[in-house]
Design a protein around this ligand. Structure first.
Ligand SMILES: NC(=O)C1=CN([C@@H]2O[C@H](COP(=O)(O)OP(=O)(O)OC[C@H]3O[C@@H](n4cnc5c(N)ncnc54)[C@H](OP(=O)(O)O)[C@@H]3O)[C@@H](O)[C@H]2O)[C@@H](O)CC1
Ligand SMILES: Nc1ncnc2c1ncn2[C@@H]1O[C@H](COP(=O)(O)OP(=O)(O)O)[C@@H](O)[C@H]1O
Ligand SMILES: [K+]
Length: 496
């Protein structure tokens, strides 16, 4: 089953506490299932038969360590050779972990983590059960020193999270080196936000999420899924909308052409590029099914927008940053048409409070990190950590600006003014590193504009656009350039 949401530490604790309070399960049951799930994942992916294998298990002072003691017991029963090293014993605040440590001590021993003199031979597998969702501050890198030297090439399984990774923000909380990067991270019930955000995927290695019987309880941040299908029915071209993409001047029209082609490929009935006279020959020489209209200034742009069939706008890619362009953005916003604002449109809005105040709920803003910081410097400045990560800052920006915000990256976050937040992770089996190429953001803006033209609501267009964008890149893989993306869409759409 694919998870529907990614949870915070606070949400996970509440889900667990509610289940325990309802009487349907105990904390010990959950810990047992978590330990058993981690062992199953290890056997499926890394070590099918643990018999005779050396396993080094690192246990912390909380419930993450408790999972580690369960894992030690199960692997011992499967005839693995266990070396268990602990960073202190669980306190009274973690009774389930304490109980599992006691059970382990009936069959094995516990050595201190920092006693390097007594270190055994190189392990075949390392289990990192030092810290999970309870990580409250940076980990002292020195605690890893005794084990780091002898892990060698052994794979590392992180229980719930690689120790040192913040579960809410995906950032390493402390100093460089204050984390144990994993080969495989095994989490429980739902992925944590930090598995997908920022540095999370790099430190988690691969990700497995196992069911521990907590039902369909979800967190607030939904994971973006494949759209249901974007087929065309009985309509004619005007049934699928007419998108207008504004272009910059001569030599600057590539971005608009990329966006326009993407809008047409995603199924907008008609797509027109609006360009200044000087750029028209250059554009005309490059396009066929796309249409071209002259847009010299805000006056003739407003005339074009008198046509009510133009129902979606793509503003910003390659547009330019002068007074003409600012006036065009103003005209577009006054028209209240559904619109994607990207690139130069975002820079113009960041510098002009009047333009910013004209934003409306049918706008989708698609900043990258730099543009986001220009638009919302105070929000971007706040450092991320427990309780505050990328979804929270995008939600705050959407609430403040009254429109949909899509903050780009391998961890794209989309938020609406009403407080709905979606996370699209181009990570793990959906990694798409070749999207880091000039012009790929222009294609994304065009996809969203095309979907708006087809009648999608702004947040839905943003989610579908970002999913298709990543999927197209995955179809091509290495060697991808932005020009390829629109022409990969037919394959993606036909597979839906
Ligand atoms: N929720 C669920 O449904 C289930 C949860 N389960 C498991 O429980 C895990 C969460 O357990 P948890 O809440 O006990 O926190 P955990 O990660 O063990 O760390 C807390 C301990 O570490 C300490 N500590 C913190 N930071 C530190 C630092 N930098 N350096 C040094 N010490 C530091 C902290 O000390 P303190 O801050 O109190 O001084 C405290 O002692 C979760 O990830 C999952 O594996 C499963 O069993 C199944 C069901
Ligand atoms: N490593 C990556 N993995 C997945 N997607 C990425 C990666 N790097 C960039 N992207 C995506 O590529 C696009 C780049 O957009 P942008 O930064 O605006 O570039 P440009 O302005 O050159 O078009 C965004 O949609 C971003 O999410
Ligand atoms: K861990």
């Amino acid at each position: 089953m694919r998870p529907e949401s990614a949870v915070t530490t606070a949400e996970m604790r509440k889900i667990e506490a509610d289940a325990i309070e309802s009487g349907s399960v105990t904390g010990l049951d959950l810990m047992e299932r978590a330990g058993a799930g981690a062992v199953s994942a290890a056997r499926e992916r890394l070590m099918p038969d643990p018999a005779g294998k050396r396993v080094l298990i690192l246990c912390g002072p909380g419930n993450n360590g408790g999972d580690g003691y369960v894992i030690a017991r199960i692997l011992h029963d499967l005839d693995a050779e266990i070396e268990l090293r602990a960073l202190g014993a669980p306190g009274q605040g973690a009774p389930d972990a304490l109980a599992n440590r006691k059970r382990w001590l009936e069959i094995g021993t516990v050595m201190p983590l920092d006693d390097s003199a007594a270190m055994g031979a190189q392990p075949d597998l390392v289990i990192d059960a030092l810290f999970g969702t309870g990580l409250a501050r940076g980990v002292d890198p020195a605690i890893f020193d005794p084990v780091r030297a002898r892990i060698g090439a052994a794979p590392i399984i992180a229980v719930d999270l690689p120790s040192g990774l913040c579960s809410d923000s995906g950032q390493v909380i402390g100093a460089e080196g204050g984390i144990l990067p994993a080969t495989l991270t095994v989490s429980f019930h739902r992925p944590k936000r930090g598995h997908y955000l920022r540095d999370g995927p790099r430190f988690c290695g691969a990700l497995a999420v196992c069911d521990i019987g907590l039902g369909a309880t979800e967190g607030a941040v939904r994971l973006v899924r494949a759209p249901d299908g974007l087929g065309k029915g009985h309509g004619h071209k005007f049934s699928y909308g007419h998108a207008l993409v504004l272009s910059g001047g001569m030599g600057q029209s590539g971005a608009a052409r990329l966006a326009a082609r993407a809008a047409l490929r995603v199924g907008a009935g008609l797509v027109t590029i609006g360009a200044p006279a000087e750029a028209m020959p250059e554009i005309a020489a490059q396009i066929t099914a796309l249409m071209l209209r002259r847009v010299d200034d805000a006056g003739n742009f407003a005339g074009l927008l008198d046509d009510p069939r133009i129902n979606a706008l793509c503003l910003g890619p390659g547009l330019g940053l002068g007074p003409r362009e600012a006036a065009l953005i103003g005209t577009a916003l006054v028209s209240a048409r559904p619109a994607v604002l990207d690139a130069d449109a975002l820079t113009l809005i960041a510098a002009d409070p009047e333009l910013r105040s004209a934003l409306h709920p049918n706008c989708v803003l698609t900043p990258h990190e730099g543009e986001f910081a220009r638009l919302f410097p105070d929000i971007a400045d706040r450092s991320e950590g427990p309780g505050w990560g990328k979804p929270d800052l995008v939600a705050e920006a959407a609430r403040r600006s009254g429109c949909v915000i899509l903050l780009k990256g391998p961890d794209t976050v989309i938020a609406t003014p009403e407080g709905n937040v979606m996370l699209h992770a181009a990570a793990y089996e959906r990694a798409a590193p070749w999207l880091a190429t000039a012009g790929s953001g222009d294609v994304l803006a065009g996809l969203i504009a095309g979907l708006l033209a087809r009648g999608a609501a702004p947040a839905a267009a943003a989610q579908t656009g970002v999913w298709l964008h990543t999927e197209a890149a995955r179809h091509m893989g290495a060697g991808l350039i932005a020009e390829d993306l629109p022409d990969l869409l037919p394959r993606v759409l036909q597979d839906l």
